[in-house]
Design a protein around this ligand. Structure first.
Ligand SMILES: Nc1ncnc2c1ncn2[C@@H]1O[C@H](COP(=O)(O)OP(=O)(O)O)[C@@H](O)[C@H]1O
Ligand SMILES: C[C@@](O)(CCOP(=O)(O)O)CC(=O)O
Ligand SMILES: [Mg+2]
Length: 382
């Protein structure tokens, strides 16, 4: 049967840069993150062919499920849930023919998609027949929050379709959601992140929902309104890694050596707080002294992440190369490969940046030369 389009919803959500405090934030310590100008784009089209069609070209998937058989699985989750149920995940994996222990990107994406879809539409008399297409500017699984951008866009689009939230045209011509609606989007983004990551802090989905820059501590968000313009170079080592595995590795170390790990996590928190003070004191432009101190904090933070066991030789290579140019860098996100950021003081010359980029490219790394952080959160695109 050919499908005819009824409704179309387009949503985009940003990736994130954790400036300081990754991993420590999972233990309630402070972390600071900002939205990136790299975004993920989801297009949802309502169809009439009775299927749920999922196109995820970044992870090489195009699958479809018959709605009638999905509706008949014994799924107990609901919109009121604060977390996912393991039994429901098993039911979904069985339904989709996915191995129970698979952590493959495409499988995590399908399971989290089906979970959010079933939870949101469970009590509706008719489930919508859909074609969902998702494409990202972000590298998948590299520390820039691709999972959160996926989780947040998906939650926003499905909640909008179900009528649980209602997008608004804002004064500056953009269409997004009220703060109240964003709380609901963020809650579902977090549930989706939990399915992908295991035990996330919630910082990634929060920044992807709200945008700008924020501090998270003990699960509480503080929006950093006075964040100065900050330029960074992003470097993707392209070494594959899984956030779930890295977070679980730190947990294992913490459980075995809590007395050793706790001071490391506290030192990371002290770094985050020092950096926050610098950002707040230099709310428009960071001073030379500010950049000097931030550089020291970036170095210390990178070394402490190495001490936690989430470093990688490729990330140390980035740090070593940037040091030759008088610049400072650290891994960002879960580590173990993936991305690092390089702090770019405002007086850095274009020549220096282009030589640095060339040297990093020659090592096989991808480089986004000069990125500013603090962009918009989730948006309904036209
Ligand atoms: N573009 C995408 N298409 C499909 N799934 C995605 C996409 N981006 C992220 N994901 C999902 O998120 C997972 C990557 O998350 P994670 O390991 O946390 O890395 P990241 O640091 O990029 O968030 C993938 O395994 C996949 O399940
Ligand atoms: C390591 C951690 O602090 C960030 C993980 O980010 P990413 O998935 O690597 O982009 C985990 C978390 O905060 O949930
Ligand atoms: Mg992630």
């Amino acid at each position: 049967m050919t499908s005819s389009v009824v409704t179309e919803i387009h949503v985009s959500a940003p990736g994130k840069l954790i400036l300081h405090g990754e991993h420590a934030v999972v233990y309630g310590k402070a972390a600071i993150a900002a939205a990136l100008n790299l975004r993920s784009h989801l297009q949802l089209k309502q169809t009439t062919d009775g299927n749920l069609q999922l196109e995820l070209p970044d992870v090489g998937i195009s699958v479809q499920f018959a709605l009638a058989s999905l509706e008949s699985i014994s799924f107990s989750g609901s919109l009121e849930d604060q977390s996912h149920s393991d039994e429901d995940i098993l039911v979904i994996k069985n339904f989709a023919g996915i191995d129970v222990n698979s952590c493959e990107p495409k499988h995590l994406a399908i399971v989290s998609f089906l979970y959010v879809f079933c939870s949101i539409f469970k009590n509706k008399s008719q489930w919508p027949s859909l074609r969902v297409h998702f494409k990202s500017d972000l590298p998948v699984g590299a520390g820039l929050g691709s999972s959160a951008a996926f989780s947040v866009s998906l939650s926003a689009a499905l909640l909008q379709l179900a009528g649980h939230i209602d997008s608004l045209k804002l004064a500056d011509g953009i269409t997004s959601w009220s703060n109240e609606d964003k709380i609901v989007i963020n809650k579902w983004g977090f549930i989706c992140e939990k399915i992908i990551h295991g035990r996330p802090s919630g910082i990634d989905n929060s920044i992807s929902t709200y945008g700008g820059a924020l501090k998270m501590q003990n699960g509480q968000i503080t929006h950093l309104e006075k964040m100065p313009q900050l330029s960074v170079m992003l470097v993707n080592t392209k070494v594959p890694r899984s956030t779930m595995v890295l977070v679980a590795g730190v947990r294992q170390k913490y459980n075995l050596y809590q007395d050793v790990m706790e001071p490391i996590l506290n030192s990371v928190e002290a770094i985050t707080k020092r950096a926050e003070n610098i950002y707040q004191e230099c709310s428009t432009n960071i001073t030379d002294d500010g950049f000097k101190a931030l550089g020291d904090l970036v170095d210390l933070n990178h070394n402490l992440l190495n001490a936690m066991g989430v470093g990688h030789a490729s990330l140390d290579q980035v740090v070593a190369v940037t040091k030759k140019y008088g610049l400072h860098s650290k891994l960002t996100g879960a580590g173990g490969g993936g991305c690092a950021y390089v702090l770019i003081p405002s007086d850095t010359s274009e020549e220096l940046l282009s030589s640095l980029k060339e040297e990093l490219n020659a090592l096989g790394f991808d480089v986004w030369s000069k990125t500013t952080v603090g962009g918009l959160g989730v948006l309904r695109d036209l």
